[in-house]
Design a protein around this ligand. Structure first.
Ligand code: FAD
Ligand code: MLT
Ligand code: ZN
Length: 482
């Protein structure tokens, strides 16, 4: 239900926004002005599961404009949704009712880069891939990479505390983000754009914004520690018989590849089968394997790293840990192998809807949940090959190196009967093993009712106190997890 304490949009508000931003930065529908741009892309999420009804999308160009917008919204009790690239997977980036969308896409400047320390300072609206390409020219790398890099923004990445494909190597944004510039709901600019790696002076307040999902303020700039880009990249893709063997391969990879290991990703056979159907292409290795893994190494010497990886692959095949495998021979092949992993999320949306669960699970039992869920849905008569069944399949993939499973249920339509089988079953299963119901995507609206499976009442109460302190009128991203 819409919170009636929030004001409705009036002509005078529209006038204020237009004067502040200029017509082209205030996309407005249905009031005195016709829409200058289609609002639909700002109102619906990547999964097409959540849809809001914002009549206004604001695209500020500066921190000062963000500050003025938020102060005005706060004074007039107008609810807002911060939005980056709108690639989030928990419905957090779109309005629920008529909240005003504040999209950061026009704040897209790189502010500075220090080639000695590797510290990048940039606007929140810079696209992740743009930031990484900029850094590549300077022999550095953004310490985060993910399939949505072409659309997501670094501010959105920080707001979700995205994990991605190389967390195993570069660690979490909680460690790499050195500073944040953010605007609080009352217009206060919190300038904490520190470039220091070490700064133990009281509470580290920026951490609240990392993974805060736009509930206490808008991130307008970040400073981040970027490592040296590795000269050499090697990638292997292989098939395995069981999850037991996947674990053995992971241990062996850590042993043999240690400091050059930069990714260890898992895809089950079902996710790869669906990928090859949707992409109408053959997988890189012959045969059908219950599990596939992708290993990447990043080091300083291609030949030396390649040799190590080759030796590793020989060993695991000799030991019958791995059934079959392939080593990329050039950059094109590296991209082809990565596409088998990065293409999975898009593939799974192919049939219509997909139920997505992003979970941290103790590694030994990581895949058991996929089997248990498949069994439950199959017993309920919901899984099948023809259109009369809602569920296409039950698949698992994810970041093996981080014990992070993505349990996905691609469906032909979103269906209450399917949802009833899945929730709270999945959350109870994870809570029983002391896992997390959100490893890297956040809670948004999708998981707002389930936070109690991963956090105690005391923790939730403390979070609410923080929310009230920063956002007493509750205008920031309302109806979401807090
Ligand atoms: P949005 O989707 O626009 O917003 C996400 C949340 O952050 C919302 O709550 C929004 O209100 C808030 N927000 C956005 N910008 C700001 C800001 N400037 N200030 C305050 N709040 C803000 N995630 C992973 O962790 N690992 C992955 O490997 C991964 N792969 C993905 C692959 C694909 C194909 C897709 C579609 C998504 C993937 N994601 C992954 C999800 C991930 O959360 C997002 O891709 C990304 O981090 C969100 O950035 P965005 O700019 O699109 O933010
Ligand atoms: C991934 O690892 O591919 C992303 O987190 C997206 C997803 O979970 O589908
Ligand atoms: Zn992921």
């Amino acid at each position: 239900k819409r919170d009636s304490s929030f004001g409705g949009l009036k002509d005078e508000h529209v006038k204020y926004f237009k004067e502040l931003l200029g017509a082209e930065s205030a996309v407005i529908d249905g009031l005195s002005q016709d829409a200058t741009e289609d609002l639909e892309p700002f109102n619906s999420d990547w999964m097409r599961k959540y849809r809001g009804h914002a009549k206004v999308v604001l695209k500020p160009k500066s921190t000062e404009q963000v500050s003025k917008i938020l102060k005005y919204c706060n004074d007039n009790r107008l609810a807002v949704v911060p939005q980056g690239g709108n690639t989030g997977l928990v419905g957090g980036s779109v309005p629920v009712f008529d909240e005003i969308v504040i999209n950061l896409q026009r704040m897209n400047n790189i502010r500075s880069f220090d080639e000695v320390s590797g510290v990048l300072v940039a606007d929140a609206g810079v696209i992740l891939e743009v930031a990484d390409n900029f850094l590549a020219e300077k022999n550095h790398i953004f310490p985060l990479d993910l399939g949505a890099k072409g659309s997501c923004q670094i501010g959105g990445n920080v707001a979700t505390n995205a994990g991605g494909l190389r967390l195993l190597r570069y660690g979490s944004l909680h460690g790499n983000v050195l500073g944040i510039e953010a605007v609080l709901p009352d217009g206060t600019v919190m300038n904490d754009l520190s470039k220091l790696r070490k700064n133990n002076t009281g509470y580290d307040l920026k951490q609240l914004f990392i993974g805060g999902e736009g509930t206490i303020g808008i991130i307008t700039g970040i400073s981040i520690f970027c490592p040296q880009r590795s000269q050499a990249q090697n990638v292997a893709y292989f098939g395995l018989e069981s999850f037991e063997k996947v674990q053995q391969a992971f241990v062996e990879a850590k042993n043999q590849l240690s400091e050059i290991l930069s990714a260890f990703e898992l895809m089950d056979g079902r996710s790869q089968r669906l990928l090859s159907i949707v992409k109408e292409s053959k997988l890189p290795i012959e045969g059908e394997h219950p599990f596939y893994c992708l290993i990447e190494t990043s080091g300083s010497n291609t030949d030396h790293d390649g040799e190590k990886l080759e030796k590793f692959l020989e060993y695991v095949m000799e030991q019958e840990i791995v059934s079959d495998g392939v080593l990329a021979q050039d950059k094109t092949q590296i991209n082809e192998l990565w596409a088998c992993r990065e293409g999975v999320p898009e593939t799974l949306s192919h049939w219509g809807g997909v139920y997505k669960y992003d979970l941290s699970i103790p590694i030994k039992e990581l895949y058991t949940l996929v089997d248990d869920t498949r069994e439950k849905l199959t017993k309920a008569g919901l899984v099948g090959d023809d259109d009369s069944y809602p569920v296409v399949d039950v698949v698992g993939y994810g970041h093996m190196g981080d014990s992070n499973l993505h349990l996905n249920i691609p469906t032909r339509r979103f269906d209450k009967a399917v949802e009833k089988e899945l929730e709270p079953f999945v959350y109870e299963w994870v809570a029983k093993r002391n896992g997390s119901i959100s490893a890297e995507h956040g809670l948004g609206i999708a998981k707002k009712d389930f936070i109690g499976y991963s956090r105690t009442e005391t923790m939730i109460k403390l979070m609410k106190q923080i929310k009230d302190l920063y956002d007493p009128n509750g205008i920031m991203n309302p109806y979401k997890y807090i």
